[in-house]
Design a protein around this ligand. Structure first.
Ligand code: HEC
Ligand code: HEC
Ligand code: HEC
Ligand code: HEC
Length: 86
């Protein structure tokens, strides 16, 4: 995905960045899966943030420095899910 801006310190606590940021960094700005999952989702899709998968991490889909992927496709055809991961 496209990063909000080039300010590395938004997510990385060390300079220059070297470690993978903790999930808590994302949650501070965006809320946790439960909060995200309570928002309305695009029509004709299933909820990407709140579903039957109990151990789900932001990085399963949103990779920040690499294009996003759809973790759910490991088991489901995306024709059924209709998901587009930003
Ligand atoms: C919106 C949050 C975010 C911003 C802003 C961001 N990063 Fe990252 N960065 C991540 C995440 C998440 C990972 C871990 C990626 C993964 O696990 O695949 C990462 C990983 C990295 C890594 C590799 C660490 C490792 O060994 O896995 C480097 C190096 C890095 N970022 C550099 C930068 C630099 C330089 C900037 C600023 C230009 C930057 N990042 C801005 C979220 C961010
Ligand atoms: C400092 C606050 C901040 C942090 C930390 C942060 N984000 Fe964001 N994120 C934003 C803002 C601001 C936007 C842009 C919102 C918009 O476009 O409406 C955004 C956008 C996004 C989007 C939507 C992109 C799109 O194109 O619609 C995703 C997905 C996302 N962030 C995931 C993450 C993940 C995963 C992490 C942790 C690695 C993270 N963010 C860390 C502030 C943050
Ligand atoms: C199973 C894949 C998947 C995982 C895991 C996932 N997301 Fe998403 N995310 C999506 C999809 C698909 C969308 C687009 C549909 C939507 O907006 O609801 C999205 C949209 C978003 C958006 C933009 C729309 C909004 O609601 O603001 C943000 C921000 C975001 N995700 C953050 C996160 C964060 C933070 C995590 C971890 C706590 C996370 N996501 C985990 C798939 C995922
Ligand atoms: C390890 C395999 C696996 C993964 C990964 C997985 N699922 Fe599933 N999912 C299943 C199975 C098995 C069922 C139940 C059987 C069925 O109805 O197909 C199911 C059922 C569902 C259903 C209900 C279908 C119905 O007919 O009621 C939805 C919605 C769903 N999954 C969404 C998701 C989403 C969203 C993700 C990603 C966050 C995901 N699944 C990831 C295996 C998986």
């Amino acid at each position: 995905m496209k990063l909000p801006n080039a300010n590395c310190a938004l997510c990385h606590s060390e300079t220059p960045p070297s470690e993978r940021p903790k999930e808590q960094v994302c949650v501070k700005c965006h809320g946790d899966l439960k909060t995200l999952g309570s928002k309305p989702i695009p029509k004709g899709t299933v909820n990407p943030h709140l579903n039957h998968v109990e151990e789900l991490y932001c990085r399963d889909c949103h990779h920040m420095h690499k294009p996003s992927t759809n973790y759910c496709e490991e088991c489901h055809d995306n024709k059924f899910l209709g998901m587009k991961v930003p």
